[in-house]
Write a protein that binds this ligand. Structure first.
Ligand code: ATP
Length: 362
């Protein structure tokens, strides 16, 4: 069992409280991704699990063991960093086996472990090469190989793909996911890239200023963000936000805002939104939910400032009233900058947040 548990963990650097009080349980064999903007405390959290940083207070356990004051070497975690720092004068095989050699493992056992890691990572053809003769992705696989041979209870990844180009990043994303399936080990993975988080994780932990905003599986985060922060962070391009008010209209609830926005809220939403009537609320609409044409869907009038053709579809970037708005439109559309278009919005895909708290209704 290699469940990782952080109980009321805090971290301060001098007088600055970077992590105010973190409670997080990562299940045995779970792939959890910590994501959030720069400086929100992701790496600090990972380093506290590894023991590279001491928690200021609280407890950390791995499996049944309280590791709070154990030194890193005794925690049985392997960490893979962004800068994979291989030894340039050593072959791939020696790089992978180096840690075992230092610990005095027998030559035969090292060879077996290195061969096993190389097979898992598709590095068998490269074992005799030096790192300088490898691509960035292959080098990162060697760094992962070094972590594998230790047979850790927990893998910790700190932005391991940041130094790779976009295409390789996508390939390595898949490889790390397959690796997790094969090794069946607990993984805690840090990234600031929400796409990486969404595509890899069993569960994504969205952090902001040392706190957890929401921890959930990727689809729940996307479909039911708990607040404006998560709604804005998850999804690309970002969710659009329009500030307005909820009002009673002919027995229904309507959302009204500047720019002629008047959307009757679906009746199944009414109970959830009734507490917001008369209050300032924020309507959230994802750009990808503006393309289904149904004659019954309400429209939003978008003043288009720019067009971004992406191939499968096009983005129309502009404004609804004073609010910035990006709509996804058909690739075949002939819309130009300075046009005004009416885009249909799917009423089942709307998000409502109370402006004063930022919390979603529901
Ligand atoms: P990034 O995505 O930019 O790597 P992060 O979410 O991983 O960010 P951390 O590296 O955990 O953030 O840093 C959290 C905060 O703690 C930042 O404000 C950072 O400046 C501060 N911090 C981190 N390490 C130290 C340190 N050794 N001394 C002082 N402050 C630190």
């Amino acid at each position: 069992m290699s469940q990782v548990r952080l109980n009321q963990v805090t971290k301060s650097f001098g007088s600055v409280a970077v992590i105010p009080a973190l409670d997080l349980t990562i299940a045995d064999k779970e792939f959890v991704v910590l994501v959030g903007p720069s400086g929100c405390g992701k790496t600090t959290t990972l380093r506290m699990i590894a023991g590279l940083e001491q928690a200021s207070s609280g407890e950390i356990s791995i499996g049944e063991r309280d590791v709070t004051s154990l030194r890193p070497g005794l925690r049985n975690c392997s960490m893979v960093f962004q800068n994979y720092a291989l030894y340039p004068h050593m072959t791939v095989a020696d790089n992978i086996g180096y840690g075992m050699k230092v610990r005095g493992t027998s030559k035969e056992d090292i060879e077996t472990a290195v061969a096993n890691a190389a097979r898992i990572l598709n590095l068998e053809a490269y074992l005799k090469r030096k790192p300088s003769a490898l691509s960035g992705g292959q080098r990162q696989r060697v760094a992962i190989g070094r972590a594998i041979v230790r047979q850790p209870d927990v893998f910790l990844f700190d932005e391991p793909l940041s130094n790779l180009d976009a295409k390789l990043r996508i390939e390595m994303r898949t490889e790390i996911k397959l690796l997790h399936r094969r090794l069946q080990t607990t993984i805690v993975y840090v990234t600031h890239d929400q796409v990486e988080a969404m595509t890899m994780a069993d569960r994504v932990v969205v952090m902001n200023q040392g706190r957890i905003e929401q921890a959930a599986d990727p689809i729940t985060l996307y479909e039911s963000p708990k607040n404006l922060f998560v709604a804005a962070f998850i999804g690309a391009p970002s969710m659009n936000f329009i500030e307005g008010r909820l009002e009673q209209a002919d027995g229904n609830i309507a959302f009204r805002a500047e720019g002629g926005v008047d959307i009757t809220v679906p009746s199944d939403w009414a109970a959830r939104l009734s507490t917001g009537i008369g209050q300032a609320v924020v309507l959230g609409i994802r750009p990808e939910h503006t393309m289904n044409t149904d004659p019954l869907f309400p429209n939003l009038r978008v003043h288009v400032a720019d067009i971004e053709p992406l191939g499968p579809h096009t983005l129309a970037i502009g404004k609804v009233g004073p609010a910035a708005f990006t709509a996804q439109i058909h690739a075949s559309s002939r819309v130009k900058p300075d046009d005004t278009i009416d885009v249909p919005v799917d009423p089942q895909k709307l998000h409502f947040f109370l402006k004063s708290t930022g919390d979603a209704f529901g």
